[in-house]
Design a protein around this ligand. Structure first.
Ligand code: ADP
Ligand code: MG
Length: 702
């Protein structure tokens, strides 16, 4: 249970002074809503940190003020000049002066009564805003602040700029943030005291105050000590959670599953190729894990086309040798079917029985599969999430293989592990994950990399071409298709494009049909499973030469004969995603190419990004660049999947503290596995603050 001391922070934002139901809704758009209650919570305001500052510290005299800059000026009010009667569009002017000159304050559509109260004639006021030169006279249009001498102290000389949403002004956000900080109770320090001293970091609450109410630019800087402390808090919470998950999963125990190799040998014999060195090493790693009595938690990382499926299959065969079952889970139905097609003949060559289960298998088809899983006559079950729903009971599940893992979070890993006694787990990802992200998202797993590509892989030549040259491109493709090529044509979105001016896949398909006739087909995520199957079959058997697709083909689809990849609006994709897509070609005998079509004009960064794709085929380098340019969530695809992102940590700035956080987490849990001591209790608070509830439940389950 969450400590009650945190209740004020987990209350809805409308518990704060000045925030009513209307604003609460807007805040939910801005900072996200709680899954359970649907309300934005106070705690999330704490993490809504400024993206910049307005510097109002410059306090010149009127004659010293520079037009075009923000100044804070001490002036005496001379005269009000309201808009002439009947001309409400004309501005209301207030004339002011100091000993060096005159300044006019200009207001449009303003309430005269309010202005008279704010700016009484003859009195001194501080005004702050952007000074302008208007025909030789100095003016400020709608000053941001007007305060008297007494309230000058309340004027934020360094004013945080918050990321905003329609309807919420910066001032409203700042006020709510202030309320949120005031709601932070006295919390015990969860950081190691000597570490804090050494870093010269301030306490948690003070750090929040410092970032939200900066006195110097450093205070609100991502690089400043206050923000760093908060970022380290978040990193530590994440590493603690992963370490807890890992140790609990291991503790629940494994079984030793050392097979004798007789099934694996048959499969290897049935393969039309020999394993690469990397594949052989990966299989060895996995066999060692399986034989070990603790549970396997291994991540198999291998670039697109590096041959992960076979490794997964051999792992499943090893488990079958000991009489247990395996499940192979893919993120989409399309991939599940593809894996099934690959795995079935090989597994059957070894005498194993394989079945498929997705959301599509209903009633009659489903029954015998469920039966076979329950009585143990099915050795390998391939499928989607449907595998792990209730109602699917395995006789003896020994191994879960999860393909394209980055779409599944820690929660799913836990749910999956619960389907059997001491289930070993192998997860596979084609996203080359930079080391830092491995630690933040997969710190609970051991890692094997497939570094070699299967022999015969050819580099893909990549060109960046403007969409203006579309007709040339189509003519080029026509020539290639006549010469026997098969082509993927990827479009970013379906149907949602009217306002956004995105060429939808459907439009593209319609436009290509007159050229390619029935040799062009369309596949997208909104089609029924059966229709997708039909289209894929047409492309695999070669009747379809041009496949217009949305990103449904992004992960894992394998058609070795396809040799041309066209990506429309490449500038809208992440680099890691482009890399994935490009990896669909270059798998067969033919020379392969990739055309990145962009809509100009391109900004400098976009140009640089596409340039990287042209320069390198190294997935790791591309992932590092993507991380720098777009942040971790994009690399991992977590933003779409709803997996929690960092709130405070900025990947470009703070990840150098990650290893320290990991060591810290491990040490703390070694000393106090149940987090029961004094620091342990404080660390529990930290875990709750950053919503690591899944890890907390494990700790509490003991
Ligand atoms: P990914 O790692 O992207 O999942 P796959 O497992 O889909 O890669 O394999 C890609 C292709 O490479 C498949 O057609 C597979 O049969 C082939 N392949 C796998 N291993 C080898 C190998 N050692 N030698 C040659 N081809 C291989
Ligand atoms: Mg794959």
């Amino acid at each position: 249970m969450r400590p009650t001391i945190l209740n004020p922070l987990f209350a809805p934002v409308d518990s704060l002074p000045g925030v009513g139901p209307r604003l609460a809704k807007l805040f939910a758009n801005l900072i996200g809503a709680d899954e359970e209650t649907g309300a934005a919570l106070v705690v999330d305001l704490l993490w809504h940190l400024p993206s910049g500052l307005v510097d109002r510290r410059h306090q010149p005299t009127i004659s010293g003020a520079v037009p075009g800059t923000i100044a804070t000026l001490r002036v005496t009010v001379d005269k009000h000049r309201p808009s002439p009667p009947g001309r409400s569009r004309a501005p209301y002017r207030v004339q002011c002066h100091d000993e060096t000159g005159d300044l006019t304050l200009v207001f449009f559509h303003s309430n005269a009564g309010w202005l008279e109260k704010q700016l009484p004639v003859g009195e001194v006021r501080w005004v702050s805003g952007t000074v302008e030169d208007f025909g030789g006279a100095l003016q400020i249009v709608h000053p941001d602040y007007i305060v008297d001498e007494e309230d000058f102290a309340k004027l934020p000389l360094l004013e945080p700029i918050y990321p905003r949403t329609a309807g919420l002004s910066g001032k409203v956000i700042a006020k709510a943030a202030t309320g949120a900080i005031e709601a932070v109770p006295d919390l015990p320090e969860w950081q190691d005291q000597s570490w804090i001293r050494q870093r010269k970091w301030m306490p948690f609450k003070l750090a929040l105050e410092t970032v939200h109410h900066p006195q110097t630019p450093d205070d609100a800087s991502e690089d400043g000590p206050a923000w760093k402390r908060l970022a380290y808090d978040e990193l530590l919470a994440g590493q603690l959670a992963l370490t807890i998950v890992r140790s609990r999963m291991k503790k629940v125990g494994g079984r030793s599953r050392g097979g004798d190799g007789h099934l694996r040998r048959k499969i290897v014999e049935a393969l039309p190729f020999s394993l690469t060195g990397s594949q052989a090493t990966a299989v060895q790693d996995i066999l060692a894990d399986l034989a070990d009595p603790t549970r396997m938690l291994r991540l198999l990382q291998g670039d697109v086309g590096s041959g992960k499926t076979v490794v997964g299959l051999l792992a499943m065969a090893a488990v079958a040798e000991t009489g247990s079952q395996s499940a192979f889970m893919a993120p989409t139905e399309l991939l599940a079917r593809q894996h099934f097609r690959t795995i079935q003949p090989l597994a059957e060559a070894a005498g194993l029985s394989v079945a498929i289960l997705t959301g599509r298998e209903k009633g009659k088809e489903r029954e015998p599969v469920l039966q076979g899983i329950a009585d143990g006559s099915i050795d390998i079950l391939v499928g989607t999430h449907a595998l792990f729903q209730t109602g699917v009971a395995f006789a003896d599940l020994g191994l879960a293989v999860v393909d394209e893992q980055h779409r599944f979070g820690v929660h799913q890993r836990l749910a999956l592990a619960a389907k059997g006694e001491a289930v070993d787990m192998l997860v596979m990802t084609a996203t080359p994950i930079p080391r830092t992200l491995l630690l933040t998202h997969f710190g609970d797993m051991d890692v094997t990399k497939l570094t070699e590509k299967p022999a015969g892989r050819k580099p893909v030549s990549t060109a960046v071409v403007s969409l203006d040259r579309l007709s040339d491109v189509v003519a080029g493709i026509q020539r290639q298709v006549e010469a026997g090529a098969q082509v993927y044509w990827v479009c970013p979105l379906v149907e949602e494009s009217e306002e956004l001016d995105i060429a939808s896949a459907e439009e593209r398909y319609a436009a290509l049909q007159p050229v390619f006739g029935d040799q062009v087909a369309l596949i997208h995520g909104r089609m029924s499973g059966a229709d997708k199957d039909d289209v894929m079959r047409g492309f695999i058997d070669g009747t379809t030469r041009v496949l217009v697709a949305t990103t449904v083909i992004e992960v894992g689809v394998d058609v070795p004969d396809a040799s041309v990849m066209i990506i429309e609006h490449a500038e809208r994709f992440g680099l890691a995603q482009l890399h994935q897509l490009r990896g669909r070609v270059g798998r067969g005998r033919a020379e392969s190419s990739c055309l990145l079509l962009y809509k100009g004009p391109l900004g400098e960064t976009s140009r640089a990004r596409l340039e990287i794709m042209r320069e390198t085929d190294d997935g790791f380098r591309i992932a590092e660049e993507d991380l720098k340019l777009r942040g971790g969530g994009e690399v991992l695809g977590t933003r779409q999947s709803g997996m929690p992102e960092f709130r405070v940590v900025r990947t470009g700035v703070h990840l150098d503290m990650l290893e320290a956080a990991r060591d810290d987490a491990r040490l703390a849990l070694e000393k106090d596995p149940g987090l029961e001591g004094e620091r342990g209790a404080a660390l529990r608070t930290l875990l709750y603050l950053f919503r690591k509830d899944a890890a907390m439940r494990l700790i509490e389950a003991g």
